[in-house]
Design a protein. Structure first.
Length: 258
């Protein structure tokens, strides 16, 4: 009969042999990531959450309600200041509302929002890639032809929110034969609706990456631990030119939590 130490060593050796027989080589881990980076995910009970890249280059488990790590801000000149005057969230009941048209798109994308922590909260951003031209950062952007509508969903962490705003980087078609006043664009920040177009120029230089994107800002009232949807609709009445379009380079939900 084997004595106790020898018996334990034999059992350990048998366990390793069993693992090798079932799995072969070592099991590969999760994909490598940049420590401190965060991505949206669906957590327990289908809650909207985030998982953060740990120091060893792997993503932690998806969790809801976990405090947002202080990973610093991204040095990107296209990102506007995330500070929002005042502490109160906009009153959704006081804003204008209207029915959101059905989704209808040709060149749009649905990237997972990325999260960046800021000095007083966080920013959720979608870098849009539906059409392979025009975008300032990556040469790609979404476009909406006349009468097209698209919505983008932002999963909100459960951290309490003081205030928030939507910032969208927009442009008009590079065909400047019609004045910007002929175009209309409607933006829904959740259920609140805003009309924008008068300050949006035609894209230049034509047929390539535009250098004159403009940022439109509207208030937002997201609810912690829920989804918040931003919808854009090209409401231009251009019966003879239905292919005239608005471009959307990126959309940010900038949130103040403290």
């Amino acid at each position: 009969m084997l004595d106790r130490p020898v018996r334990l060593l034999w059992l350990v050796g048998f366990a390793f042999a069993l693992v090798a027989a079932c799995g072969g080589s070592a099991i590969s881990g999760p994909p490598l990531c940049t420590p401190g980076a965060s991505v949206a995910c669906v957590g327990p009970s289908s809650c909207a959450g985030f998982q953060t890249c740990s120091a060893n280059g792997t993503f932690a488990a998806c969790a809801c309600g976990t405090p947002i790590p202080d990973s610093g801000t991204v040095p990107d000149s296209s990102v506007v200041d995330v500070s929002v005057p005042g502490d109160a969230q906009p009153d959704a009941g006081a804003c204008a509302t209207s029915a959101i048209p059905p989704t209808k798109t040709t060149w749009t994308s649905q990237p997972v929002p990325t999260m960046t922590s800021t000095m007083n909260g966080y920013t959720l951003r979608v870098e849009l890639k539906g059409y392979p031209n025009y975008g300032a950062k990556d040469g790609m952007a979404d476009i909406l032809y006349a009468n097209e509508t698209c919505g983008w969903t932002f999963p909100i962490p459960s951290t309490p929110i003081k205030s928030a705003k939507i910032v969208a980087s927009l442009i008009l078609t590079d065909d400047a034969s019609l004045p910007p006043s002929d175009y209309t664009l409607r933006l829904w920040s959740g259920s609140c609706v805003y009309d924008n177009a008068t300050s949006i120029p035609h894209g230049t230089p034509p047929a390539t990456i535009f250098n004159n994107w403009v940022q439109v800002t509207e208030p937002a009232a997201p609810t912690p631990n829920a989804n918040f949807v931003v919808t854009l609709s090209n409401t231009s009445t251009l019966a003879t030119r239905p292919v005239d379009w608005f471009g959307i380079d990126w959309i940010e939900l900038q949130v103040v939590t403290q």
